[in-house]
Ligand binder design. Structure first.
Ligand SMILES: [Zn+2]
Ligand SMILES: [Zn+2]
Length: 348
């Protein structure tokens, strides 16, 4: 009897340790599929200028479908792909055996579309420079942004015309797909849909937020913008009203929102960007809309990836360190702030 009890105890202990190990491995493994996560995201570039190798670039795909990857703001492409691959964060991208392409070449060509928030160089540079080795795909943006690309970038003077409009001849590798304020469409060759919202950036420059959907789950991707109060618009307020129901129904998996500067930056020098102080002001507005009776809990646990921190070539504390500290101190809403690194992978 004693032996049986002992054996059972040992068995239970082994079982418990095994379960604990498997669970731990799943929690820490990148991109595990056992959770209810909808989107995988790899940070190709995490910041705003002036670090040319780490400006904006986010590759996103439905967790089980890396073949459907899109990129939001192709400021960085192959440099970020290489860095993520070195960290084994693109493990589910498999280059076919009969392909002669390197992994970075194949993963670049596998991308199905670029969503471009605006045509500032830190958001499009790699799309231009990598274009000779890229595959045919859609560039989805507002008419304003597409016009900037057509007239000022792919115009045979700054760069060959890889687009399908503008100065002739058209190389036609990129199809300009117009998506204006409040319009929705499905993203070709993927199972994702996208809706656009107009943003004000550094006037008169406009920018765009994209709401992407897969399986009735959503992510909201903001291009460069600043608070309504400073920009004298109601663009953000309108977006908050649009997405409030998704938050109430727990369908909004994450937000990408920019913070360019530390909170001591004077309001007159924001140039259409956020500071932590202003970001928390806007998120408190959103919380009031989501649940006016209980705003302090309305956004609890919501994941928000902080993009576009502008590095300075200074010794510590760096803008990133200051912004991280400020967000932690100001976070009265229990938001899960993620300050990303280039090459890292996050699931939402
Ligand atoms: Zn920017
Ligand atoms: Zn910009």
């Amino acid at each position: 009897m004693k032996i049986i009890v002992k054996c059972s105890l040992v068995f239970l202990l082994v079982l418990f340790v095994s379960i604990a190990l498997v669970t731990a491995e799943n929690i820490y493994a990148d991109g595990d599929f056992w959770t209810d996560e909808t989107f995988s995201l790899v940070v190709l570039g995490s910041r705003g200028g002036p670090r040319i190798d780490d400006v904006s670039g986010f590759m996103i795909w439905p967790v089980e479908k890396p073949e459907e990857a899109i990129v939001f703001d192709p400021g960085v492409l192959t440099v970020g792909i290489r860095k993520a691959d070195e960290k084994n964060n693109l493990w589910d991208f498999r280059v076919p055996e009969d392909s002669n392409l390197t992994r970075e070449g194949w993963i670049l060509q596998n991308i199905k579309a670029y969503l471009v928030s605006h045509a500032h160089l830190d958001h499009i540079a790699a799309m231009v420079i990598n274009s000779p080795e890229d595959s045919a795909k859609d560039i989805i943006a507002t008419d304003t942004t597409l016009t900037h690309l057509q007239d000022n970038i792919f115009n045979w003077e700054i760069w060959p015309n890889f687009g399908d409009a503008g100065p002739e001849p058209h190389l036609g590798q990129y199809s300009y797909v117009s998506l204006n304020h409040m319009e929705e469409m499905s993203i070709n060759n993927t199972s994702m849909n996208v809706q656009a919202f107009e943003l004000m950036h550094d006037p008169p420059t406009k920018s765009t937020a994209f709401l992407i959907e897969h399986d009735e789950n959503y992510m909201l991707l903001f291009g460069d913008t600043g608070p309504d109060e400073i920009q004298e618009t109601d663009h953000l307020n309108n977006i908050w009203h649009e997405i409030a129901p998704l938050i109430r129904e727990d369908k909004l998996k994450g937000i990408l929102l920019e913070v360019a500067y530390t909170s001591d930056r004077p309001d007159g020098l924001l140039f259409g960007h956020f500071t932590p102080k202003w970001m928390m002001e806007e998120l408190n507005n959103l919380a009031e809309i989501v649940d006016p009776d209980n705003p302090e809990e309305a956004l609890e646990g919501l994941s928000l990836l902080v993009t576009h921190i502008k590095p300075k070539f200074v010794h510590e504390p760096t803008p990133r360190q200051v912004i991280e500290k400020e967000l932690n101190e100001l976070n009265n809403l229990g938001i899960n702030f993620i300050i990303p690194y280039q090459g890292h992978r996050y699931n939402f």
